[in-house]
Design a protein around this ligand. Sequence first.
Ligand SMILES: [Cu+2]
Length: 467
Amino acid sequence: MSTASTDLRLSRRAVCAGLAALPVLRPALADAPPPLLTAREARVQLAPPGYDTTPVWSYDGSLPGPVIRARQGSRLERRLVNDLPVPTSVHWHGIRIDNAMDGVAGLTQDPVTPGGQFDYAFDLPDAGTYWYHAHTNSMEQVARGLAGALIVDEPTPPDVDADHVLLLDDWLLDPDSGHFVDGFDHPMMLSHAGRMGNLMGVNGRHDFSLQARQNDRLRLRLINGANARIFVLALEGLTGWRVALDGMPLERPEMVDGQLILAPAQRVDLIVDVTAEAGATAGLLSGSEADGWRLLAEVAVTGRAARTPRGAPAPLPPNPRMAVPGAADAPLLEMPLQGGAMRGMNSGHYQGQEMGFRALMQRGQYWALAGQVGLGPEPFARLSRGETTRIAMTNDTIFPHAMHLHGMHFRQIGADGRQGPLRDTVMLMPDDRVEIAFLTDNPGKWLLHCHMLGHAASGMTHWIEVA
Ligand SMILES: [Cu+2]
């Protein structure tokens, strides 16, 4: 009898302790599976009418994948279901995420085999414009369509008449069939500027158009989802301000005066006022002064809003943890970007051995970061948590590169020591030297790689460890 009552007390205590540890779990919700994100084959009309539909690899059957939207401070859950014939994984680009959820096959998780699934669940500390894409053989998988926007809303969004997500991309299509040109790892593409499409578009459409009225104020969230293309953009019939880069709010909105340059994986949030009159051409132009401009995204002006034009927009509310303290005195690590056609390199460290450039090329490897060719067992640096670190990247190649750090945003440090905006991807033109500084406040194994995805697959991938 006394034994039974002791057991009862113990089990009650255990139950109470269990409840205390799980204050928000309700039994009915605990059993519900997370929403699905299914990677699968599909066919979409990418090429103009008259062409066949294009077989693609998609999330949930669409290209791009569905826009995933959540509130800042909430937790995002998705069960990746892999219905593709190849292994895959999902990277949540720009989210300052729990390392185990970063989606990098071979570094933070095993790839999800065909027929398999993986539960992603993570907090969203920052508002802003992010995206998600495959991070297993991403050179091919992103080019085939495995990408989508991830939007994290501020508790109080800015005062605009409409909020549009524009995922910019290009596709390399066979002009006869309208299908993707095979050979995603063509040596010419890997060793040069990467896989460039022959059709550009927005949100999976070469003829993207949205409607607005004169004097409307729009938030445009631009995401460069292309494998390798650097978009050079200009506004037509719109007056606008940059309010965020790579998800992170700028301290002060900056008026767009001239070109907007968006390297692969970079994002910019614009607030624009429609100045064009009804029927006039407005939108986003892509091109250059030399080659001319074409309309990439049309804003069809259908009338006139009652309100008068407004002044410059207020800044977006800052995200938490945006400061990079002590950058001026932080340890400085050198990371030269090496290799590629024309300049090449003497040798690089690949799969445990030092190899000459010719031997590397025979293995489909053309690039190196600080002498390392591709992901190896040793990180570029082991860093202590909570310290500020600087990395100086020098582009010793004759091609531009878009260097992306996972898990933490960084600030570019100018020659005068001044800090640039907080971002996760920075472009280096040939012979550029770019110094970045970041606070190592997120433990784990984090990739640092070129987001020209063919470059990343043929050598330009390294990693750091924060512990
Ligand atoms: Cu590159």
